[in-house]
Design a binder for this molecule. Sequence first.
Ligand SMILES: [Cu+2]
Length: 157
Amino acid sequence: MLRRRPLLALLPATLAASAAPAQQEARAGDLAVQQPWTRAAGQGATGGGFLSISNRGAAADRLLSASSPAARAMELHTMVRDGDVMRMRPVEAIEVPAGQTVTLRPGGLHMMLIGLSQPLRVGETVPVTLRFERAGEVRVDLSVQAAGAREPAPHRH
Ligand SMILES: [Cu+2]
């Protein structure tokens, strides 16, 4: 006879396994970070991280780095044209000019989660800490969308 394992034993240790939260806004100083999301991916794979950063202050800021307990490392990337193909290239930082909004999205600036410690499943969230030059640390939760998603699920019910 099969025994059911306790539900808690099935929860990932490093990911918050909450159901998809409402669109959130995380603030630090003059910055507001909106619509953090990622895409479903397998353990050991590499995932993209996307979000918008609004700078409502009078001074420019810079995203210097990001980290997550769900990934061995995180990098900041841009896309550059190389002949007929677009390639990813690491960048030192992502500038957020005063009074502007910078959007990290597929095909443009983005974060990479390298070496996922466990699969990312649709509906889960992935905790990420962003480090800004001026605003300091901002904690966000990437909402996991379907693999291949191009946008942060505008029609979620
Ligand atoms: Cu990349």
